[in-house]
Design a protein around this ligand. Structure first.
Ligand SMILES: *Cc1c(COP(=O)(O)O)cnc(C)c1O
Length: 821
């Protein structure tokens, strides 16, 4: 491609593109990377005026604002989303004709912003899109990790991790905003003193300060002229940080200290739904919270002056899980020590500003930090937490006099040889709202994990079922279906997904059914290309596309899926193919690098896939691929092409799930357990349009104490044979013993995931799905009904509920108000 002098277009975007190429790139040869950069900068330029207007409207209205604090924002790519939301797609394609390149080719140049692990980080990204679309004054605060979620490949079927240096070509979407930079203190010591007014106060002294440098990313709403902000903090060393060593003449050590400071934002911790306990992680958490809260207070003072007593009427801080829970103590510190408020005033402000979202019941994900770590790194916060705890336990003692057992249970400090701070309890005590992320999950929280707190303060607890943005997850990722929908029901569904119910009256329309099917087949062709390129496995669009993509975790039970593939493999080997529906099974996801069992399941699936694809007997009936490096951009190709959506977690373990919603929106039918938001999906779409199987959460809990997996193996001939084949070493002939842990886990009476217990029920549901797929018309009608019923899972609805029931941002000129489901 050569820079073309053509003046073919006259749109603002086209002119901006020419300008970027001529004056900003400094390139003589325009390759795709450079042209992508120029295009992204041009699109950002189109956003700048609206971004500025949004900021100034936020300043002029004396409105409440929301800060969404999250250690993760799994944004994916920005270009396509911005073009959709700004309605610049056509302009862009026209401008690109002068450069003989397709928009799609340039879009692929963009690195995913992979600043998150999975569902929790992607939820934060969907929420930002909905907040901007609903014109809510919400700022996202996060960390600008230099290395995001690792890239995944396989070597001999084993997962390999590679650093994701997503910023190496620069990030055209961000703007460095140095006027927001701040200092974040660490370490040091605490001293009390008497101030000029004779007040006893505390000082945090001799701290080492790290500079938080601000980078802003624009978050455009859907065609409404609004552009919100995602502010990401990056750590830089200050002189103060390495001052002591520098004074002693240790130049090299002082530079090493600089690296130590800048390490804070170097890398995203790749653990999904498990805590990690590393000191650096706590530093990341505190760094985000301190910088963001200081920024909020500075903003408040800029608007209203130095008196902070009305802060809570103008701010809500939503904590995305306990990762930013240290905010409770940091807010208290800032109000007490820096702004000299009394304890009771500071506590009143803090505890009416914070709101906490819980994301999991899994005990391994509950964050606890050793008191000794706080003594060193955050000594002032430890004092404050002790004081919060003492006052809280006094309340508990008043409510339940003499119940010392309960005091121990509810204490923010877990006593023991190595005392720990329970971050979830700190978050609950310090917040006015505590929510779970699906109905079942929120109920289980109040009945189990947080039952004591629910009894004490029931008014705090509420549910906000997750959602996903229909912009990225339907309009952008599935343009063929979007066009069909526009033709059939008009284009309003993009900002009002409930309108999809209009499809229900058309499910007998032959023209709709045939077009719907054609769209799915075309989307499958695109996925076939992706799978072939990345794995070499050839999929066939006439076969059932059976898809499970999500992080690898035992509770998500990719292992159950693997056992079913082995079962089909065995049947085909034996010639038992009567009535078998040909299927292509796609699995994708990353395992945390330290999660040995999840990595073994990856290896098992790769080995099973190898045996399946290698054997010509299988080809007409079964193909199997484990797609490497599953991420947001991969999901944009996968979910429009899926026929069957695998949501097969052990009941009671998946808090909500959001992958399930993306698939449903795009017309996949769910095979799933009665868990998380699956339950609500089932409620919307009905049993006839969902393949339900497995034990319920209550049945799982009841079975746990006397679970006998061998009983389930013995009473299912299918499972008996699957276990025999697996144990024979058929899938690991050259690597004896590598699946022993997996085999032992399935057979263990303490298997919390109860894979054996659900196998037969799963196998039968799979058979029903296979059977149903043979009737293309009926399957397509089920597909239409799934999309039609997905309106409730738009994150616009979710955010409408956060707004009405938690944030209550009074907003007289808000145009869209999402209705409650
Ligand atoms: C939606 C999404 C998830 C969450 O998937 P679940 O099936 O809900 O666990 C994880 N990763 C990516 C890249 C996603 O897009």
């Amino acid at each position: 491609m050569k820079a073309s002098p053509a003046e073919v277009n006259s749109t603002a975007l086209g002119q901006s593109l020419q300008r970027q190429i001529r004056y900003c790139l400094s390139r003589d040869h325009l390759d795709r990377t450079a042209l992508y950069q120029a295009l992204a900068l041009s699109v950002k330029e189109q956003l700048m005026d609206d971004w500025r207007k949004t900021r100034s409207s936020n300043m002029s209205y004396q409105r409440k604002r929301v800060a969404y604090l999250s250690l993760e924002f799994l944004m994916g790519r920005s270009l396509g989303n911005a073009l959709l939301n700004l309605d610049l797609d056509e302009d862009c394609r026209q401008a690109l004709t002068a450069y003989s390149v397709e928009l799609e080719q340039l879009q692929q140049q963009e690195h995913d912003a992979g600043l998150g692990n999975g569902g929790l980080g992607r939820l934060a990204a969907c929420f930002l899109d909905s907040c901007a679309t609903l014109e809510l004054p919400v700022v996202g605060y996060g960390i600008r990790y230099r290395y995001g979620m690792f890239a995944q490949s396989f070597a001999d079927g084993y997962q390999q991790e590679h650093p994701d240096s997503w910023l190496s070509d620069g990030n055209p979407w961000e703007i460095r905003t140095p006027h927001h930079d701040l200092l974040v203190p660490f370490f040091g010591r605490v001293e009390s003193y008497v101030d000029g007014d004779g007040q006893q106060r505390i000082q945090w002294l001799d701290t080492e300060k790290v500079k938080a440098t601000a980078y802003d990313m624009p978050v455009p709403g859907y065609r409404n002229g609004r552009v919100n902000t995602l502010r990401l903090w990056s750590a830089k060393a200050t002189d103060e940080f390495n001052l002591s060593q520098f004074n002693q003449g240790s130049y090299a050590e002082s530079v090493a200290a600089k690296n130590l400071a800048e390490q804070i934002t170097m890398v995203l911790y790749p653990n999904d739904a498990s805590e990690n306990g590393k000191e650096l992680r706590l530093r990341q958490q505190y760094f985000l919270c301190s910088a963001s809260l200081q920024d909020l207070i500075n903003g408040y003072i800029g608007r209203f002056g130095n008196d902070l007593s009305d802060f809570a009427s103008h701010n809500v801080i939503q904590l995305n899980d306990t990762h930013p829970a240290i905010s409770v103590a940091e807010m208290m510190r800032l109000l007490l020590d820096e702004h000299h408020l009394s304890w009771s005033k500071a506590w009143q402000i803090t505890s009416t500003t914070m709101a906490y979202t819980n994301h999991t019941l899994l005990p391994e994900a509950l964050e606890r930090w050793p008191v000794r770590l706080f003594e060193q790194m955050l000594p002032r916060h430890l004092q404050i937490i002790y004081e919060i705890n003492a006052r809280f336990l006094e309340q508990v003692a008043q409510r339940w006099p003499g119940e010392t057992e309960r005091l121990t249970r509810m204490s923010i400090i877990e006593e023991g040889a190595d005392p720990q701070i329970r971050m979830a309890y700190l978050a609950i005590v310090g917040s006015f709202s505590v929510n779970g992320v699906a109905q079942l999950h929120s109920r289980l929280l109040t009945e189990g994990l947080f039952a004591d707190f629910y009894q004490l303060q029931p008014h705090k607890f509420n549910n906000k079922t997750n959602g996903v943005t229909p912009r990225r997850w339907l309009a952008h990722c599935n343009p063929r279906l979007a066009a069909l929908l526009n033709k059939r029901i008009g284009a309003d569904w993009v900002a009002d997904l409930g309108r999809l119910t209009c499809l229900n009256s058309q499910t007998e329309d032959a023209d709709l059914i045939s077009h719907w099917h054609e769209v799915k087949q075309a989307n499958k062709a695109a996925l076939i290309d992706l799978v072939a390129t990345r794995t070499g496995v050839e999929f066939d669009a006439t076969m059932l596309f059976d898809v499970q993509v999500k992080r690898f975790h035992e509770y998500k039970r990719q292992l159950l899926n693997a056992l079913h593939i082995i079962h089909l493999y065995q049947r085909i080997l034996e010639g038992d193919t009567e009535g078998m529906t040909p299927r292509c099974v796609l699995i994708g996801g990353k395992a945390a690098p330290g999660y040995a069992m999840a990595k073994q399941v990856i290896k098992l699936i790769n080995n099973v896939a190898y045996m399946v694809n290698y054997n010509p007997l299988m080809k007409p009936y079964l193909r199997c691929a484990l797609l490497p490096d599953y991420n947001v951009s991969a999901m944009e190709i996968i979910c429009p092409a899926a026929d069957l959506s695998e949501q097969i977690s052990t009941a009671g373990k998946e808090a909500s799930g959001t992958g399930n919603m993306k698939f449903m929106m795009n017309g996949a039918i769910t095979i799933g357990t009665y868990d998380g938001a699956n339950i609500e999906i089932l409620e919307e779409v009905g049993e006839d349009n969902f393949f339900l199987f497995g034990l319920t959460a209550a049945e799982i809990a009841a079975l746990q104490p006397h679970y006998q997996p061998q009983h389930y193996i013995d009473s299912s001939s299918a499972l008996t044979q699957v276990m025999q084949l697996l144990e024979s070493g058929h899938f690991n002939l050259h690597e004896p013993g590598i699946f022993d842990d997996i085999i032992a886990a399935i057979k263990s009476p303490t298997d919390p995931w109860m894979v054996a217990a659900d196998f037969d029920s799963y196998r039968q549901a799979q058979a029903r799905a296979g059977q149903a797929y043979r009737d293309t018309k009926h399957w397509t009608q089920m597909s239409i009904r799934n999309s039609a019923a997905s309106g409730r899972f738009s994150s616009d609805v979710t955010i409408g509920n956060y707004q009405q029931q938690i944030w209550q941002v009074a907003d007289h000129h808000q145009r869209h108000v999402a209705k409650e489901a």
